[in-house]
Design a protein around this ligand. Structure first.
Ligand code: PMP
Length: 387
């Protein structure tokens, strides 16, 4: 018996054996030559994965929320206008962080399952004085994907800096940071980056670094201050030892392996694989009579699906799916928490994982007495995977 479940939640995800083997290497000194090389190389690969060739990368020990905190703490000053293009729970969090640092925050929200359009963002930017625009690329509570390219261009036109929360998208959904005018692209290790939880990752554009350097007030966070971390990142990239806070040595070793795997797949191929698998998963759910939280096809994320339970079925479907060997996640958005579940399909996920998940959903639905033709979801998913 395999004795383990397939992990299909929206992070942490399943990691490759090579990444797990890197985690298990003996922990070395954070100033040892081989670790300095590993850290320096990881910073260089981050620029390629984040598609941000001129940016300053940061690798910090912490979760995705630390990356959000660092982004805001370093470029926002008290009284700054921050426009949060809001698509759910994690967009709210970004607004809360900005408010905590003294910003005047405006939440521009669409209806649930939607996100304001680039035109609406343009209008909001004309009507107010904003220094920063925040975008959640994929909001993990709704599965809604933002059009980062269009919104960033509008923000750029208005002279605002753009922060993109890519925790549920980076290295899974296309984000051409530099080309699209994203200033801070942040993520965490445990999702499509493919490394166990514990690393906060950011790439910061020259414009955002300039905004940090020309602050009138000190960075109000001690641990997250770029003033503390920039010399460390520069030292590691120059292949020299440095210390401010002890880095997560084994996680950085794993990051080095995972970034290498991501780049050897190739960014375009990787984005396309995520789309293909997501389309197959959605076809499976649709064939079983289920619908999705995002209001329209163009909002569907390649990394995560938020699926409404069918008529007569509720949150006890999630443990029933787990009993069939696949772990999925319940609802998160407070307004619809009991009405939907979430399935992550990112990182090392493959076609067999998609089929296994659709099949487990089918068996779980049967235990709940839901009427459908067994195998119809699997067939619909497989049909797309065979194309
Ligand atoms: N932003 C998004 C879009 C997320 O999905 C998450 C985590 N699910 C976070 C931020 C926060 O990350 P963490 O839980 O690692 O602090």
């Amino acid at each position: 018996m395999k004795g383990r479940n397939l992990l299909m939640i929206p992070g942490p995800i399943e990691f490759t054996p090579e990444v797990m083997a890197a985690m298990a290497q003996p922990t070395t000194s954070h100033v040892a030559g081989d670790f300095v090389e590993c850290f320096g190389e990881s910073l260089e690969m981050m620029r390629e994965v984040f598609l941000a060739p001129s940016a300053q990368p940061f690798i910090l020990a912490g979760s995705g929320t630390l990356a959000m905190d660092a982004a805001v703490a370093n470029i926002v000053e008290p009284g700054d206008g921050v426009l949060t293009v809001n698509s759910g729970y994690f967009s709210d969090r970004m607004g809360d962080i900005a408010a905590r640092y003294g910003a005047e925050v405006t939440n521009l929200s669409g209806s649930l399952g939607d996100i304001p359009s680039a035109d609406e963002v343009r209008k909001a930017l004309q009507d107010g004085d904003y220094r920063v625009v925040t975008i959640t690329h994929v909001d993990t509570s709704t599965g809604v994907m933002a059009d980062v390219e269009a919104i960033s261009r509008v923000a750029d036109d208005a002279g605002a800096l753009v922060i993109v929360d890519g925790v549920c998208s980076t290295a899974g959904a296309e984000c051409r940071s530099e080309e699209w005018g994203v200033d801070i692209h942040l993520t965490a290790s445990q999702k499509a980056i493919g490394v166990p939880p514990g690393l906060a990752l950011l790439t910061v554009s020259p414009e955002a670094m300039e905004a940090f350097r020309s602050r009138k007030t000190p960075v109000p966070s001690y641990y997250a201050g770029f003033d503390k971390w920039l010399p460390i990142m520069e030292a590691y990239e120059g292949r020299g030892p440095a210390y401010f806070g002890t880095p997560a040595v084994n996680l950085v070793a794993a990051l080095n392996v995972s970034l290498g795997q991501i780049l050897s797949e190739g960014m375009d191929a990787r984005f396309e694989r995520h789309h293909r698998l997501a389309r197959a998963f959605r076809a499976g759910m649709r064939a079983l009579g289920m619908d999705f939280v995002p209001a329209r096809e163009d909002l569907y994320a390649p990394t995560l699906s938020a699926v409404y339970y069918p008529e007569g079925i509720g949150p006890d479907l999630v443990p029933a799916i787990a009993a069939e060997g696949v772990m999925t996640a319940g609802g998160l958005h407070p307004q619809i928490k009991e009405k939907y579940f979430r399935v992550g399909h990112m990182g090392a996920v493959n076609a067999s994982d998609i089929i296994a998940t659709v099949a487990a959903v089918e068996r779980a639905l049967k235990t709940k007495g839901y009427e459908f033709e067994p195998g119809s979801g699997v067939a619909a998913a497989e049909e797309l995977l065979c194309r």
